[in-house]
Design a protein around this ligand. Structure first.
Ligand code: PMM
Length: 269
């Protein structure tokens, strides 16, 4: 029995994401892209309307709603077997996305940014991803310093799990994510991947998002994010071996196949 895993395909409905900004900004194009990712092996589709790349400016809720809600409702209707996720830190956006058929809230602030987020996810019984991030996207890459990045991420995620459970979110509906590239320098990202087993040991399912990120460019010399697929595959396969089970990626087909093979070697849970 191979290890079980989910590929979370990225559907960015934004004009400015770091590696595919603007490409799927039109709702029809975003829906088409989501359908292609599902056909290529994505079992979760993560729809986002606000770029979280370093230095990105915030987007108004009304604009974010306009971007994501039509895409989510069409994908949820067309793909009943796929989990549709909304990548947002705003409760009004998450609520509308859940109404439109999403059932997963991927919040890069770990449900901290908006005080309405914890009660909303609890009430709706949605699955959620709690991600570690230092500061906020606008400022997070300003010389991040950690005594021990893995310890700090682990402690933060444990605190956020406790807050989520206190708010009434069932533990089995919580995933955690070390937040690769969010307020981290190259060495921090490498340490988190090297010691990912310590994040897996917390208990919940671990999500990783390394896809096309700039630290892969630093390690390979590839400035163009589209040329970072091999680096993305390496990190995802290593993360699977360390116990991560959800992989947030742009290049679903290639990553799915790499993980399908690696899952046979990694073996059953
Ligand atoms: N990375 C980005 C956006 N959302 N969500 C989770 N859970 N984990 C991540 O690593 C993550 C995320 C930034 O990448 P993008 O601009 O390509 O979407």
């Amino acid at each position: 029995m191979p290890a079980a895993f989910d590929v979370m395909g990225i559907v960015n409905v934004t004009p400015d994401s770091f590696s595919d900004g603007g490409e799927w900004f039109d709702a029809d194009a975003a829906v088409r892209h989501g359908l292609e990712l599902a056909a290529a092996g994505a079992t979760i589709l993560d729809v986002g309307g606000e770029s979280t790349r370093p230095g990105a400016a915030p987007v108004e809720a009304a604009e974010e709603l306009r971007r994501v809600v039509p895409v989510i409702s069409r994908l949820a209707e067309a793909l009943p077997d796929v989990v549709v996720s909304v990548d947002t830190t705003k409760a009004v956006v998450a609520a509308a996305a859940l109404d439109a058929g999403a059932n997963y809230v991927n919040d890069v602030s770990a449900l901290r940014h908006d005080p309405e987020m914890l009660p909303l996810v609890a009430e709706r019984g949605a699955r959620c991803c709690l991600m570690h991030m230092r500061g906020e996207p606008r400022t997070m890459q300003q010389a991040p310093v950690y005594a021990d990045v893995v310890d700090e991420v682990r402690r933060h995620l444990e605190q956020r799990i406790a807050a989520a459970v206190d708010a009434g979110i069932a533990l089995e509906r919580i995933d955690v994510d070390p937040g690769i590239g969010f307020g981290k320098a190259l060495d921090h990202n490498v340490a988190l991947l090297r010691r990912l087993d310590e994040i897996v040991a917390i208990g919940p399912r671990v999500v990783v998002g390394t896809s096309r990120k700039s630290f892969l460019g630093r390690l390979t010399g590839r400035d163009d994010p589209r040329q970072r697929l091999a680096g993305t595959i390496a990190t995802n396969v290593l993360a699977l071996a360390a116990g991560a089970r959800v992989f947030r990626v742009h290049d679903v087909g290639a990553i799915h196949d790499a993980l399908a093979v690696a899952a046979h070697v990694v073996g059953p849970e």
